[in-house]
Unconditional design. Structure first.
Length: 180
């Protein structure tokens, strides 16, 4: 009897080790983002699965500029399906055109590009129409996270799974209902 109690007592920690820790569960948990205060041209940064998630409210001028960049981009139609969920389509790469949700890590070496959202000449591009610039190795992405041609970054910035639970709340890490 004493032996059975000892085996049972010793097996509890062993069996508990099969289940993920609280920290591991939290690492993959969805993130709720309140965007009610997000202003045009502003970026909010959240962390999901150890990665920075950028949520940006794009201006009408930015949205108008995106289709004009297709000839300068490596994957303008976002045909690499590993870079975004299937429900993210078009040049805006977003559920709502004015709200962009991206993983904020350069696809070259994982640096964090700078947001240069204003449409104005920049030292690295005199015809800059807004986007992200990685100063480490000079990779450029437009405001939809699409990578320019001739830069080290091989692919567009990833779009994480997400959905809007209402007009002011984004749930990062969970696809919308009905998407597969």
């Amino acid at each position: 009897m004493v032996g059975a109690v000892g085996v049972a007592g010793a097996s509890v920690p062993f069996i508990k080790s099969w289940f993920p820790s609280a920290r591991a569960k939290l690492a993959g948990a969805p993130v709720i983002a309140d965007i009610s205060g997000l202003q045009e041209g502003q970026r909010l940064i959240f962390e999901w699965r150890g990665q920075p998630i950028w949520i940006v409210k794009r201006s009408k001028a930015t949205l108008d500029a995106l289709p004009t960049l297709d000839g300068e981009l490596r994957d303008p139609k976002s045909e690499n399906l590993d870079q975004q969920p299937s429900y993210i389509k078009g040049e805006f790469r977003s559920i709502k055109p004015d709200i962009s949700v991206l993983v904020g890590l350069c696809t070259h070496l994982g640096c964090s590009p700078e947001m240069k959202a204003e449409i104005r000449p920049e030292p690295f591009d005199p015809a800059w129409k807004g986007g992200y610039f990685c100063p480490c190795h000079k990779s450029k992405f437009d405001m939809a996270g699409r990578v320019f041609q001739g830069v080290p970054a091989p692919t567009n910035l990833p779009v994480p799974p997400h959905h809007f639970s209402d007009d002011n709340t984004i749930v990062i890490g969970v696809d919308p209902e009905g998407s597969a």
